[in-house]
Design a protein around this ligand. Structure first.
Ligand code: HEC
Ligand code: HEC
Length: 291
């Protein structure tokens, strides 16, 4: 066959010279050049890659590659860099008075973001995702504050908490007028009506409210104030507005008076660092109700 070219008559293509059954021939159709070159280039690339980067599993691990690259190490170094960048901000927040942080735009934005993240992790379980609160857990979006709505007051509420045994925590409880026999049930019912009447609640027994007025002045005004507008020193809520921590119905108000109330919150300074507490205070203050 050598030196003897055979051209297929039908297609006009050269054949390989192989013949079967006397007349069956194979067309000589090699792979296109470009395809072959790409294939060789891929092989070279692959060998190079295996040498440089981690590639093959071995009995005790894997081939490391000349570059010594590792995604884990990369992430660690990225995290370290991010932390270093954060440390600058955190240090600045630690050194600044909380009221000054508000004046420095980039610091303030950093604190709000940090506060929002810490709020989601630590606070939303009780106060709600949007800090909207629930019965017994105050709404932190409004400008109605039990313990005060200035930056410093909010920071203190968060740092030391409420009725948790911490020596700097807010502590005054609401007395148990019914359970401890301080007031008769009928008197409690009257004063409950009175409290509801001054906050403009509907369906109040006005005669009972009138009778309850004197009891309020004697028993309640010391904490809630003569005008019932509350007292932040005592944590005694404003009873003359339409915002209720435990409910505005005759039953709920009666129960507040019978059993007393004493919502508790952990002292966050024992769990979170001071910078996080500061960022939380700035965040809560910024929710809309800060004073
Ligand atoms: C275990 C439930 C619980 C968790 C968690 C919690 N709180 Fe509270 N928080 C309360 C209760 C209950 C009160 C109201 C106490 C009272 O009746 O005086 C309160 C009150 C407050 C107040 C005072 C509100 C006012 O009107 O003066 C602030 C501010 C506050 N919480 C912020 C936070 C922040 C920030 C976090 C997260 C770091 C947090 N709370 C986590 C239960 C909780
Ligand atoms: C020693 C102080 C003190 C006295 C006296 C006191 N309270 Fe209170 N009262 C509080 C405190 C503190 C709270 C809030 C408790 C909490 O946040 O869990 C409260 C809460 C309440 C609430 C619940 C308010 C809400 O938003 O749901 C009502 C109602 C109430 N008091 C009525 C009265 C009446 C009526 C009297 C008088 C018979 C009275 N209080 C006397 C301290 C006092």
């Amino acid at each position: 066959m050598a030196g003897h070219k055979h051209i297929d008559e039908v297609t006009g293509v050269e054949t390989t010279g192989h013949v079967w059954d006397n007349d069956l021939r194979e067309l000589n159709k090699p792979l296109p050049r470009w395809w072959l070159y790409v294939f060789y280039a891929c092989c070279v690339w692959a060998f190079g890659y295996w040498m440089v980067y981690p590639a093959w599993p071995t009995l005790s691990g894997y081939t490391q590659g000349y570059l010594g690259y590792s995604q884990r190490a990369q992430v660690m170094s990225d995290v370290k860099e991010a932390k270093a960048a954060q440390d600058t901000y955190r240090q600045a927040i630690a050194n600044a008075a909380i009221t000054d942080v508000k004046g420095k735009e980039d610091l303030f934005q950093f604190a709000l973001a940090g506060g929002a993240a810490a709020f989601g992790d630590n606070c939303s379980g009780c106060h709600g995702r949007g800090a909207q609160g629930a019965v017994g857990y105050p709404n932190l979006n409004d400008d109605d504050w039990i313990w005060g709505g200035s930056l410093e007051q909010i920071e203190k509420s968060i740092a030391y908490g409420i009725r948790n045994g911490h020596e700097q925590a807010h502590a005054t409880p609401m007395p148990r007028f019914g359970l401890d026999g301080i007031l008769e049930p009928a008197v409690i019912s009257d004063v409950a009506n009175y409290v509801r009447s001054i906050s403009g609640t509907e369906q109040v027994d006005t005669a009972a409210a009138e009778r309850g007025k004197a009891t309020f002045a004697e028993q309640c005004a010391a904490c809630h104030g003569e005008d019932a507008k509350g007292n932040e020193e005592m944590g005694a809520p404003n009873l003359s507005d339409a915002i209720w921590l435990y409910g505005s119905s005759q039953e709920a108000v009666t129960q507040s008076i019978v059993t007393g109330r004493g919502g508790a919150m952990p002292a966050w300074s024992t769990r979170l660092d001071p910078v996080t507490v500061k960022m939380l205070a700035l965040y809560v203050h910024s929710l809309g109700g800060g004073k």
